[in-house]
Design a protein. Structure first.
Length: 95
């Protein structure tokens, strides 16, 4: 199984990373809703539909830079409407 580096030089397997990301996204979503902050962090749109939790720095970029732990930090997550999330993903793929 693939292992990825953390900033301190230690390694972590993909399954553990995925579990940490899933937990972080769930907690981030709950915190935002509890604080009454259920709007897109890019466009400010507030709708009743579900929002996506997106990474500011992609998981792939975190792993490539050997800073895998950034992928589950709340400071690297944002709440986006589907439209902004798709734009963000497409922009990340181009650059």
């Amino acid at each position: 199984m693939a292992k990825y580096y953390l900033t301190d030089g230690s390694k972590m397997d993909k399954k553990t990373i995925d579990r940490k990301i899933t937990k972080a996204k769930k907690e981030y979503r709950q915190e935002r809703y509890l604080e009454g902050l259920s709007f897109c962090e890019h466009c400010g749109l507030s709708k009743s539909e579900a929002y996506d939790i997106s990474h500011v720095i992609s998981v792939n970029d975190c792993q490539r830079e050997q800073k895998t732990e950034l992928s589950w930090l709340s400071s690297n997550l944002e709440l986006l409407c589907r439209s902004c999330h798709l734009k963000h993903e497409n922009k990340s793929k181009i650059t």
